[in-house]
Ligand binder design. Structure first.
Ligand SMILES: NC(=O)c1ccc[n+]([C@@H]2O[C@H](COP(=O)([O-])OP(=O)(O)OC[C@H]3O[C@@H](n4cnc5c(N)ncnc54)[C@H](OP(=O)(O)O)[C@@H]3O)[C@@H](O)[C@H]2O)c1
Length: 275
């Protein structure tokens, strides 16, 4: 049997961090060696079993990666403010880096590109198979309907920190790229005011934050008399966790470089949907 791939999870206390830890329990091909939480977190020093039950690996949550541990991959689902440290740790320790943290600045995205010179990196705003397909359908619709208005509507739970969602922005970039537009020039983040009609080439974004909505995205293409809506709804955040774990498994043996979820799906889509 092939040895397990060793992984560490950064942001382990969060909703996604916990979903990833649950996904890893019982897997023989991939082994959790560190669950990293914020310095000062109540969980620091407590056994994983405290939140995950008796089947959890017998390790404690910690705020720093022990020098003797050699994970092959660092999985990061945290907050933008903690992202730089996680990426620096991956580069220093020569770990491949899989991240789904959203709300990153242009500087942080550029740092990911630089890191790709020395380690394998894969960042995705959305680790679901359905959204990967949605992005392809959106690009096709944007190319086929170049003059139709495009609006992107998204909804998430009331504790989400960034808005619009990373997925909404990524879908907007697909539209802009398919239409040969400069995304930053055409993205419009609110329709408010009087005498403020819609700019013809714009891509509009609307945001809802309420309750426990896991994630919903609608990409609308509209013209006089008809419209098309491409909708994706997530009801269980474990799908993101499965996608991230599949990506970690896939990237462990890759050389330095920047990879996308589509590269993982191109290998074996069932890894993400059924794992
Ligand atoms: N790409 C995708 O498919 C996808 C899917 C869902 C979510 N996301 C993104 O993933 C991220 C996490 O989402 P979530 O729903 O899990 O949010 P969350 O529940 O708020 O979790 C974020 C976690 O990050 C932790 N954190 C903050 N500072 C830290 C630090 N310095 N070191 C280590 N951990 C730190 C927080 O710790 P405390 O609890 O101690 O404050 C919290 O547990 C967000 O950016 C979200 O938008 C991406």
């Amino acid at each position: 049997m092939r040895p397990s791939i060793l992984v560490a999870v950064h942001g382990a206390a969060g909703r996604m961090g916990q979903a990833i830890l649950r996904t890893l329990i019982g897997r023989e091909d991939i082994e959790l060696v560190a669950a990293l939480v914020r310095s000062g977190s109540d969980l620091s020093g407590r056994l994983l079993a405290a939140t995950l039950g008796a089947r959890a690996p017998a390790i404690a949550y910690t705020s720093s990666l022990r020098a003797d541990l050699m994970p092959a991959v660092l999985i990061d689902f945290s907050v933008a403010a903690a992202f730089d440290r996680a990426l620096a740790c991956a580069v220093d320790r020569k770990m491949a880096f899989v991240s789904g943290t959203t709300g990153l600045t242009a500087k942080q995205r550029a740092a990911l590109d630089s890191a790709a010179a020395s380690i394998a990196v894969l960042w995705s705003a959305n680790f679901s198979l359905g959204v990967a397909l949605l992005a392809r359908l959106v690009a096709e619709a944007a190319r086929s309907l170049p003059d139709w208005d495009c609006e992107i509507v998204e909804a998430h739970h009331n504790r989400k920190q960034d808005a619009p969602s990373g997925t909404a922005l990524a879908l907007g970039r697909e539209v802009a790229s398919a239409r040969d537009q400069d995304f930053d020039a055409v993205a419009k983040f609110s329709h408010v005011g009087v005498n403020a009609p819609r700019a013809p080439d714009s891509i509009g974004f609307s945001v809802t934050r309420a309750g426990d909505i896991v994630g919903e995205h609608t990409v609308m293409f509209a013209t006089q008399g008809e419209r098309i809506e491409l909708v994706h709804r997530v009801t269980d955040r474990d799908i993101f966790a499965r996608g991230a774990v599949a990506a970690a498994h896939w990237i462990a043996a890759r050389p330095p470089g920047k990879y996308a979820l589509a590269d993982v799906l191109a290998g074996d889509p069932s890894q993400v949907s059924d794992a």
